[in-house]
Structures are given as structure tokens and as C-alpha cells.
Design a protein around this ligand. Sequence first.
Ligand code: NAG
Length: 145
Amino acid sequence: MAIFFYSIFTLSLIASAIACDRCLHQTKAVLFTNASALSYGACGYGSSATSFYNGHLAAAVPSIFKFGSGCGACFQVRCMDGKMCSKAGTEVIVTDLNNKNTQTELVLSSRALMAMANKGMEQNILKLGAANVEYKRYNFHLPKY
Ligand SMILES: *[C@@H]1O[C@H](CO)[C@@H](O)[C@H](O)[C@H]1NC(C)=O
């Protein structure tokens, strides 16, 4: 039993030492209207990326982009404004690097931004062009033992 708990403890230490990918993060997500630029971004997906997740594309800061290994990483993003946004949020996929706007960890395509909105609120969130969000990497798998 002690060994069992010890391994759980060690596992969780290892997991938290790996940059906390699957933790909940908060940031201000901003809009980037040129989805095509995101699609042709640093990950090099080209035109194919516009169809990923319905065009829910994101440019991520270097800590997520990780010299390209963060490309294709999927995140659940939801905006914190309960009036404007749904609780469920939406999924986005990393297709580009954001190393210009240090105020935000995620730059989102307009489709991604709108997908977080409640019905009828899509234009409101677009007009704001930004939203306080929480996001979490959602397809993280613990290694098998
Ligand atoms: C959008 O991005 C693409 C790809 O980088 C670029 O060719 C195009 O000129 C941009 N469009 C606008 C309106 O800035």
C-alpha cells in the first residue's frame, strides 16, 4: 500500500515537473482576423489548417509552441464572461507562433472566438476582439505503466 501511494506521489511529481501543460491557465485571448495567416503560420500547415476544428486556430506563445512541437496541440478554451460566453467554450488547435503580442498567450481566429460565444453574442465578442479566457490542454495522456 505504501508503495502504491509512493508511486502515485512520484507520478504526480513527474507530471507537474513537465511544464504544466494540462493545468488550467488564464489569459486574455485576442482576435486575429486573418485566419489564413494563422493557417499559413509557423507550423506550416498551409491551407489545410483552415479546416482543422472548423477553423478554430490559435497562435500560441513560445512556451506552448515549443519550437514547433506544440503544433497541433489542442486546447479547450472558454471565455469567463458568463453573459457573453457559453460555459462549454470551444476547442482550438495551435497552428502558429505568437511572439509579438506578449500580453496574450493565445491569439485566436475569429471562428474560434465566436465559437466561445452564446447564441446571438458572436458579433459582440468579435467587436471586443478579446476575451479573458481559461484554457486547458485536453488531449494529454499520462504515460502507461
Ligand atoms: C492574410 O494572410 C495571408 C497569408 O499570410 C496573406 O497572404 C494575406 O495578404 C493576408 N491578408 C490580409 C488582408 O492581410
